[in-house]
Design a protein around this ligand. Structure first.
Ligand SMILES: NC(=O)c1ccc[n+]([C@@H]2O[C@H](COP(=O)([O-])OP(=O)(O)OC[C@H]3O[C@@H](n4cnc5c(N)ncnc54)[C@H](OP(=O)(O)O)[C@@H]3O)[C@@H](O)[C@H]2O)c1
Length: 228
């Protein structure tokens, strides 16, 4: 039984990851911007090993409150899943700079804030895994030519996580960045080919199989290397 922390757990991939780990018998701490939804009530009623906690990754106090729950305790897997993606299909030059800032706040700084706050708990695990749900749109070499805001936020979070991978390996922490695939979620839209439950099963397998030699890798949901 491991202790798993998931951010942005109230819908989409985060919800399915929470469900998958709960079914596997793990203790799940599900961080939610809106914790009191019918989905989260149902999940925690069905699985006593799920603890739903309020979490806004952009707020210092909210992340500190999460870290306080882990004072002197270990966290085995921390999954930075919370993400936003605004105005996906408009001309990229018409990006709203306010939305861009929010995107960086959530996708990049939010992931860094949660990671830094839980570093000691991950280290206490002995073989902690710090996982960031990135995107194929975080690849610089394969930039899709749209969504400057979202793409830069994912490329930046990849950069931050590579830095963490260098610095935290001495604590036995394995850092992974995973592209979950194009999923049928609020973010991915109705045309996406992949159900979030199927992606969650794949992502969980990649995490389960990862060991120290995988520290710092950027992978797809089948464990293949993504182009940087
Ligand atoms: N969908 C895709 O095709 C796709 C492809 C590549 C990568 N990804 C990545 O996969 C991850 C999950 O995406 P998804 O498709 O499941 O998206 P989603 O359905 O839109 O869910 C995103 C989750 O993040 C939460 N969130 C947003 N801002 C937050 C904040 N400040 N603090 C805490 N939680 C916050 C949302 O809360 P609310 O429910 O309250 O809004 C929501 O629960 C994201 O990192 C995304 O970038 C998705």
């Amino acid at each position: 039984m491991s202790i798993i922390v998931i951010t942005g757990a109230e819908q989409g991939l985060g919800l399915e990851l929470a469900r998958a780990y709960a079914v596997g018998g793990h203790e799940v701490v599900a961080g939610c911007l809106k914790p009191d939804t019918s989905d989260m009530r149902a999940l925690s009623a069905e699985h006593k090993n799920v603890l739903v906690v309020p979490l806004d990754v952009t707020k210092e106090g909210s992340v500190a409150a999460l870290a306080d729950r882990f004072y002197n305790k270990s966290a085995d897997v921390v999954i930075n899943n919370a993400g936003v993606h605004f105005r996906k299909w408009s001309m990229p030059e018409r990006v709203s700079f306010a939305d861009w800032e929010t995107t960086l706040q959530v996708n990049t700084l939010g992931a860094a804030r949660v990671s830094f706050a839980l570093r000691e708990s991950l280290a206490r695990s002995g073989n902690g895994k710090l996982v960031t749900i990135s995107s194929d749109w975080g690849s610089i070499s394969n930039h899709p030519g749209t969504a400057y805001d979202y793409c830069s936020s994912k490329a930046a979070v990849n950069s931050v996580m590579r830095g963490i991978a260098r610095n935290w390996s001495s604590d036995g922490i394995c850092v992974l960045m995973i592209h979950p695939g194009w999923m049928r979620t609020t973010m991915g839209g109705a045309d996406a080919p992949l159900l979030p439950g199927d992606s969650a099963a794949n992502v969980k397998k990649v995490i389960d199989l990862a060991g120290p030699a995988d520290n710092g890798r950027y992978l797809d949901n089948l464990g293949n290397d993504m182009p940087w």
